[in-house]
Design a protein around this ligand. Structure first.
Ligand SMILES: *Cc1c(COP(=O)(O)O)cnc(C)c1O
Length: 364
């Protein structure tokens, strides 16, 4: 049996008729950018998360860099972020000229809250909490620290659509929640897309201005903005997917629960969400000291896996200018050397799940 790490086609075919009908409706409407699909999606997504406002954007990266831009964070400012994140989180900070200050992760892949305060300086302006793999960070403690030190709180929810921390959805704890709708995300479009969630009306207006060349009124530009508009086709298709998000999430949770129940190899450390969270399992990430041998073994058995992420941002070529070297963030680096994302996708059959667990349990 051949198993790919992800199968986005299955997620399409499950709701094929609805997607195709909506696509035709938008194509035939004659209106393709910033129209009624985008407005409706923004309202529905805000309601889903419990945020007051949502503003659709062109990507998750845009949501991140525009968040720091709108909050006025740039040159000379520092933003705290966990070291083991996807590099886009860090680019959201550095595109504005601000400096990322890396925090080691805890055993749940989130920011280690006990290591935040030692990194706060008079230049620190914000914390970027990344709910990596769909596992929420410890938001009550992060919120309290931000309040105590007068820091903005931004959430990277690109992997956590629908994840709860103590009954509250990720994306509503901080000043801005940043979402990506890249096709492989839990709420995926059929191309690029993103959004922010905010509770402040003035902030929502600012995002709407920035996404459209810095104008509120056409051809009257107040700030140097961007072209970062969610298009009507993606918004329409996202509305279809959003209607089914509960089912999509529950299916992923069932696959994760199956893995957790049936995986018994002593070579593996299984993922464990922090207490009080509802994890949405964007990825099911195991840790293995002999990770590269495991990848080889699984690929011989035709099981696809992905490493999220093999090079931590502080060691990437792109951030060579920050001057870090191997050994500066040992927890982060050890994670990069040991993590492995198993296949998890909507429409994964029981046979496929069994094949993965049986094969893994036979790893010697
Ligand atoms: C996917 C992702 C992003 C970037 O989103 P894009 O829509 O691809 O720009 C940012 N942060 C994290 C954690 C992600 O997984």
């Amino acid at each position: 049996m051949k198993i790919m790490q992800n199968r986005m086609d299955r997620g399409f075919y499950k709701y094929q008729q609805e997607f195709e009908q909506k696509a035709l409706e938008v194509l035939r409407s004659g209106w393709y950018v910033l129209g009624k699909e985008v407005s409706a999606f923004e309202e529905e997504f805000a309601a889903f998360t419990g945020a007051k406002y949502c503003v659709g954007l062109a990507s998750g990266l845009d949501a991140l860099w525009l968040a720091f831009r709108v909050l006025g964070i740039g040159e000379g400012d520092e933003v705290l972020v966990q070291g083991n994140t996807y590099i886009a989180s860090v680019m959201g900070i550095t595109i504005n000229g601000a400096t990322p200050v890396f925090i080691e992760p805890d055993e749940h892949f989130g920011m280690d809250v006990s290591r935040i305060e030692e990194k706060i300086t008079e230049r620190t302006r914000a914390v970027l909490a990344v709910h990596l793999y769909g596992m929420p960070c410890r938001m009550d403690r992060i919120q309290a620290l931000c309040k105590k030190h007068h820091l903005y709180l931004v959430e990277d929810c690109a992997q956590s659509h629908g994840a709860y921390y103590k009954g509250q959805m990720t994306g509503t704890f901080g000043d801005v929640g940043c979402f990506s709708f890249y096709p492989s995300k839990n709420l995926g479009a059929f191309g690029d897309g993103g959004a922010v969630t905010v509770k402040d009306e003035a902030l929502a207006r600012a995002f709407k201005m920035y996404r459209n060349y810095g104008s509120e009124k056409r051809y009257y530009n107040k700030v140097v903005g961007a072209n970062s508009r969610l298009d009507e086709l993606q918004a329409g298709l996202l509305r279809v997917r959003l209607k089914h998000i509960q089912e999509i999430t529950e299916e992923r949770q069932a696959i994760a629960a199956y893995y957790t129940e049936h995986l018994s190899s002593p070579h593996l450390t299984l993922p464990k969400p922090p207490e009080g969270t509802s994890c949405v399992w964007h990825q099911y990430v195991v840790r293995c000291e002999e990770r590269d041998r495991l990848v080889q073994y699984l690929s011989e058995k035709e099981i696809g896996t992905i490493i999220h992420y093999p090079v931590p941002p502080h060691l990437s070529e792109a951030y060579g200018y920050l001057g870090y070297k191997k050994g500066d963030f040992p927890v982060t680096e050890h994670m990069a050397d040991t993590v492995l994302s198993l296949p998890v996708y909507n429409g994964m059959t029981k046979e496929e799940q069994d094949y993965v667990t049986d094969t893994l349990n036979r790893f010697r």
